[in-house]
Design a protein around this ligand. Structure first.
Ligand SMILES: [Zn+2]
Length: 102
């Protein structure tokens, strides 16, 4: 008599689905504004970057971020962040576009 393991099979399928969901969310996070150097968030002044980064939520779990290193790269600003809940690390990209008359 063949013993089937439907529970185990279902669990594996769930795990696969969960991993795929994580990957999909990370890909979406990369496509969002600020998720990559190609899509920086535009701000008028560097002064608001940390406040706005601190107000962002982790796309994986909705947790808030611990702010890490803040650096300039390719004329952009990059803030390294780590989710306080799921501990995913990512980078938020910003471009400073001064407002006002030229
Ligand atoms: Zn998270």
């Amino acid at each position: 008599m063949t013993r089937k393991r439907p529970d185990r099979t279902a669990r594996r399928a769930d795990e696969r689905a969960a991993r795929k969901l994580v990957r999909d969310r990370e890909r979406l996070a990369g496509l969002e504004r600020g998720g990559s150097a190609a899509r920086p968030i535009e701000v008028g002044t560097a002064a608001v970057i940390e406040v706005r980064t601190g107000a962002m939520k982790c796309p994986q779990c909705g947790g808030s971020y611990d702010l890490g290193e803040h650096r300039a790269e390719h004329g952009l600003r990059v803030v390294a962040v780590t989710c306080r809940v799921c501990h995913v690390s990512r980078q938020i990209w910003w471009r400073i576009v001064p407002a006002g008359p030229n």
